[in-house]
Write a protein that binds this ligand. Structure first.
Ligand SMILES: [Zn+2]
Length: 337
């Protein structure tokens, strides 16, 4: 694809071997008129074969994927590769540097900025380059996330519905190889809609697996291990990597978001005291938590209840809560057949 982009790299995607460099995203400021935002990128290629695009740090405060991909980039020997692996452990680098979900440069939320804009701010330019250059070269892609500061996630993979039956089967195979305990089949109604990386992957016919590996802006060792083993298994499954061995995948439980009722929101400001743990099976009408008033502590706290049955996949992390904050996301099992 030859779309206009201002992002460039000296790295040659057609060259064999391991190359480590930056994407350079133009960002002109008072103290750096010709400055660029450096986005680290590693390309490992060995002859013809499929291309895997592996990304983390789309949101800066989500860490398991950043650590897993940096380690993978260091450890892979190009001699063990057939095809090409492109690794970006800190995709929205300014957000990663700041430990934030969004970029401090333009308040850009990278995984709500797709397909991007070649003449937008740094975040939009990164999204556009990923869409038109990197995804265009890819045969599969993995985008590693976690709950960030605001959420805690049960480790799970996510795949998008909405493609053909063949595409969904390929995504399901990818999820089985990745081997997260749970795989959520999503239609994008949870918030991302058409603005996520997985949505542009669906549009371009490239299978994209997203993973949520932990949260609270901390590092989950369980999530990190799932990412490390899952990445190796997927690369082996596609015939891109040999010479390393990963444990066989544990079975994944396919689940889905039933609809908007799966998301429980706060209706008032206060301190959120949760009543259900991650992974818990809950029922409609069951207490989800209470919100304590800060300015009228003599008032009874407001109860929040679940409105559907399901399993708690995600829960708000900070106690301090505003109206409109999401408190829980529930998943239900995919109907057999
Ligand atoms: Zn994220």
């Amino acid at each position: 694809m030859t779309d206009y982009t201002q992002v460039w790299t000296p790295l040659d995607f057609t060259a064999d071997g391991k190359q480590c460099d930056w994407l350079r995203v133009p960002y002109s400021t008072d103290l750096s008129g010709y400055g660029v935002v450096p986005v680290p990128i590693v390309c490992i290629r060995n002859g013809a074969g499929p291309t895997a695009l592996l990304m983390a740090g789309s949101h800066g405060d989500e860490y398991e994927g950043q650590v897993a991909l940096a380690a993978l980039a260091r450890e892979i020997d190009p001699a063990d590769v057939r095809g090409r692996i492109i690794i970006l452990p800190a995709l929205n680098a300014p957000a990663v540097e700041a430990g934030r979900r969004v970029s401090p440069l333009d308040a850009g939320n990278l995984n709500r900025s797709f397909p991007g804009d070649p003449v937008g701010g740094p975040t939009a330019m990164i999204a556009h380059y990923v869409t038109t250059v990197l995804l265009a070269m890819a045969d599969l892609a993995i985008d590693l996330h976690a709950g960030g500061r605001s959420c805690d996630y049960l480790p799970c993979a996510l795949i998008r519905s909405g493609g053909t039956e063949k595409e969904l089967r390929e995504l399901a195979d990818l999820a089985v190889a990745f081997g997260a305990p749970v795989t959520s089949i999503s239609d994008g109604s949870g918030g991302g809609g058409r603005t996520t990386f997985s949505a542009v992957g669906l549009g371009l016919g490239v299978p994209v697996l997203t993973a949520e590996l932990g949260g609270r802006a901390a590092l989950s060792r369980e999530g990190l291990a799932i990412a490390e083993r899952g990445l190796l298994r997927v690369l082996q499954r596609y015939g891109i990597l040999s010479g390393t061995s990963a444990d066989p995948a544990s079975p994944t439980r396919f689940m889905r978001v039933r609809g908007r009722g799966a998301f429980i929101y706060a209706m008032r400001k206060g301190l959120f005291e949760p009543a259900a743990e991650l992974g818990a099976a809950v029922e409609a009408g069951q207490l989800a938590g209470v919100i304590h008033s800060i300015d009228r502590p003599w008032q009874a706290p407001e109860s929040v209840v679940f409105t559907e049955d399901g399993m708690v996949a995600c829960r708000r992390a900070p106690m301090l809560t505003e109206p409109g904050d999401c408190l829980y996301k529930l998943l239900v099992d995919v109907d057999p057949g």
